[in-house]
Design a protein around this ligand. Structure first.
Ligand SMILES: Nc1ncnc2c1ncn2[C@@H]1O[C@H](COP(=O)(O)OP(=O)(O)OP(=O)(O)O)[C@@H](O)[C@H]1O
Length: 311
């Protein structure tokens, strides 16, 4: 049974249909990404799942339980990490966690144990005694994620947890999320960064203008738009003279060259590469470098909507 099932959920603000008949599910242990640009409807969808917003229509079940704002049982299975930091800056990381743990109803000793466990998960055990005001943006974000773990949720919902942080902090946030998923927590992750969805998510739903436009694993999504892999090979001499031998190879769909660089399109570069390299060597071409570019979710988004993710 899926840990989360969203069926035909919609939400309108005045004339603006922010979320329009959205359906998806998350299996136990799965990391599901909602990928879409600003204003696509990600936060509104999450708001309806966490119960912060009332939905106009549709249904949501958590572990098979009909979910609503007032259902304590289904709500207790969810942990939520909002975009904004919900931390006391004068308190230490440890005291923040203990405070919120008590607020969630954990006993004093449970709160102590859980706090240490969460500090470990988000990689802040070493800095636990320091005030949050001393923390970098990335550390504060990781602590914010920790708050969402205090009630030991089966499903953790993260709303764009890396917005506005530097690349290094971003990396450590992604690492923390990865640690969680390895521990078996199911995750709903929203982002407008394609790289994050690709790195973290088992499946991705591409959302735009309130609708899920496509859904699947990265491979499935990419194959839906029928994109080829690109192989870029730099030779030590102009590439023109090898174009014909490459063109004759069965797996190659298209070949072109510019100076010493040869560009090939093929449906599966990994499979075709040995044949390509062997053919070039036999033709006496010296190979300087080889680069394989597999089509990414940005290409899928572009093909579905005619727009870039960050336009
Ligand atoms: N409280 C609100 N009142 C009116 N319109 C809203 C409200 N909240 C969101 N919207 C509108 O609903 C649409 C979806 O917004 P939403 O915040 O869900 O998108 P998002 O994908 O989360 O983007 P972002 O990353 O910018 O938050 C947008 O057109 C937005 O302007």
């Amino acid at each position: 049974m899926p840990i989360l099932e969203v069926r035909g959920v919609s939400k309108r603000y005045g004339k603006n249909q922010a979320v329009d008949d959205v359906s998806f599910f998350i299996e136990e242990g799965e990391t599901y990404g909602l990928l879409g640009p600003n204003g696509a409807g990600k936060s509104t969808t999450i708001g309806m799942i966490t119960g912060i917003l009332e939905r106009d229509s549709g249904s949501i079940t958590v572990d098979g339980i009909e979910h609503s704002v007032t259902n304590r049982k289904s709500k207790s299975l969810i942990g939520f990490v909002p975009q904004e930091l919900a931390l006391y800056h004068d308190l230490s990381a440890r005291d923040n966690l203990r405070f919120f743990a008590r607020l969630y109803g954990l006993s004093k000793s449970e709160a102590r144990t859980k706090t240490e466990e969460v500090l470990e998960t988000v990689g802040l055990s070493d800095r636990a005694g320091e005030a949050v005001s001393q923390f970098s943006g990335g550390m504060a974000r990781r602590l914010n994620i920790g708050l969402g773990l205090l009630n030991s949720p089966r499903l953790l919902i993260l709303d764009e947890p890396t917005v506005g942080v530097d690349p290094q902090s971003r990396n450590s946030i992604l690492e923390s999320v990865h640690t969680l998923t390895r521990g078996g927590v199911s995750v709903l992750y929203t982002t407008h960064y394609m790289e994050e969805a690709e790195r973290l998510c088992d499946r991705v739903g591409i959302i735009e203008a309130g609708k899920i436009r496509a859904e699947g694993t990265q491979r499935e999504l990419v194959s839906q738009v029928g994109e080829d892999d690109t192989v870029l090979i730099t030779l030590d001499a102009p590439g023109e003279r090898v174009l014909d031998v490459l063109r004759a190879l069965e797996p190659i769909d298209e070949v072109s060259s510019e100076g010493t660089q040869v560009r090939l399109l093929t449906s599966n570069a990994r499979d075709a590469l040995p044949l390509i390299l062997d053919t070039l060597t036999r033709a006496g071409a010296g190979i300087r470098s080889v680069e394989v570019q597999e089509p990414d979710l940005e290409a899928v988004f572009l093909s579905l909507t005619g727009k870039g993710l960050r336009e």
